[in-house]
Write a protein that binds this ligand. Structure first.
Ligand SMILES: Nc1nc2c(ncn2[C@@H]2O[C@H](COP(=O)(O)OP(=O)(O)OP(=O)(O)O)[C@@H](O)[C@H]2O)c(=O)[nH]1
Ligand SMILES: [Mg+2]
Length: 339
């Protein structure tokens, strides 16, 4: 039996593409049987024993003595597994499982946390989240820390610090729910559109325009946020708007943060008032460009002039995660299970 190994270079799960490595003396003969079109162009098809097509593929052939091939396939795990199965049918053996993840090959610390970080990478919504995961997957990050702590033990203080930071680490990957609330016409939908960067929601001067809950995942300074817009809070006359208000109140209850918009002339919410936000609330003064001289306590914003919007983004993250949010160069858990 020739010493030929096959392995997936890309991680498990669905992806845009998968890459499979076949190497060892005799690989070329396996490729000749499994890949139609070798030598004509890098493009070809992988076929099964009956000649049926498993996938269209691109074949990369390494120059040199050693027989080494990479097949780039479509990203379905079923396609990848069928191709590997076919190559094994033709005489290849599975490579050792520790080599399954390409970046982990040859490295000492190939533990579960490293694999979890690499698996989470395709779902990261910002370059900060990607850099964070790559760091946690490395010797410098949570993965390396865990491997060292198994050998050397940990001190209580270190654990307390990791637990404290874990909220921020998890927040890098799992979106916090931020609900925009306030009376009708406060400017919720206009702010929703500005923050998400497109005209997602209908806005109008007519109070009671929005009734359904509208949600969109977006990125705020590197953190994923599930932003929610909905009905303005008032004692609505119509049945449909009443249902909208009821849904908005439920969304506020479940939110990680309620951003309560107070336009010029409206009153700030006070405890016990109908529609008072429960849970964590950030009260902001909206439509400031309409009343620039008006006295306010706290943050003022305008969705038209963009006044106060950078500060608003900072304040939202500060309310949810606190001031200590920069994770660069720090060991930090990133999944709820790590706690
Ligand atoms: N000048 C000015 N107008 C604004 C601003 N934000 C919203 N508006 C206007 O105020 C009106 C109401 O805005 P919406 O965003 O629809 O208000 P809403 O809170 O979603 O209202 P409902 O859906 O009815 O609850 C619209 O005519 C907007 O164009 C702002 O910052 N400045
Ligand atoms: Mg609206």
């Amino acid at each position: 039996m020739p010493d030929i190994t096959v392995e997936a270079l890309t991680g498990p799960g669905r992806a845009a593409l998968h890459a499979v490595l076949l190497c060892g003396k005799g690989s070329a003969s396996i490729i000749d049987q499994a890949f139609c079109g070798r030598g004509l162009s890098p493009h070809g098809t992988i076929i099964d024993a009956d000649g049926d097509v498993i996938d269209d593929a691109i074949l990369i052939e390494w120059p040199g003595e050693a027989e080494r091939f990479v097949l780039t396939l479509h990203g379905s795990p079923f396609i990848r597994d069928r191709v590997i199965e076919r190559l094994m049918q033709l005489g290849a053996a599975a490579a050792p499982s520790t080599a399954r993840l390409w970046p982990a090959r040859g490295q000492k610390c190939c533990n579960k946390v490293r694999e979890e970080a690499l698996l989470a990478l395709p779902t990261a919504l910002s370059h900060q989240a990607c850099a964070f995961l790559l760091e946690q997957a490395s010797e410098r990050g949570f993965s390396g820390w865990l491997a060292r702590s198994v050998e050397q033990g940990v001190v209580r203080q270190e654990l307390d610090e990791l637990l404290r930071l874990s909220d921020v680490g998890i927040g890098m990957l799992v979106a916090a729910r931020v609900v925009l609330a306030g009376e009708p016409n406060a400017g919720k939908s206009t702010l929703f559109n500005v923050l998400t960067g497109h005209q997602r929601v209908i806005t109008s001067h007519q109070p009671g325009t929005t009734r359904d809950l509208i949600e969109e995942e977006m990125c705020l300074l590197g953190f994923p946020i599930q932003l929610v817009d909905g009905a303005g809070l008032r004692s609505a006359a119509g049945e449909v708007e009443r249902e909208g208000v009821r849904r908005m109140e439920a969304a506020m209850e479940a939110a990680d943060l309620v951003v309560y918009l107070v336009p010029p002339g409206a009153v700030e919410p006070v405890a016990g008032m109908k529609g008072t936000p429960r849970g964590r609330t950030l009260v902001i003064h909206s439509r400031r460009d309409e009343d620039p001289g008006g006295e306010i306590a706290g943050l003022g914003i305008s969705s038209v002039t963009a006044e106060g919007l950078p500060q608003l983004q900072e304040r939202i993250l500060q309310e949810i995660y606190g001031d200590d949010r920069n994770l660069t160069g720090r060991v930090c858990p990133f999944l709820p299970g790590h706690r």
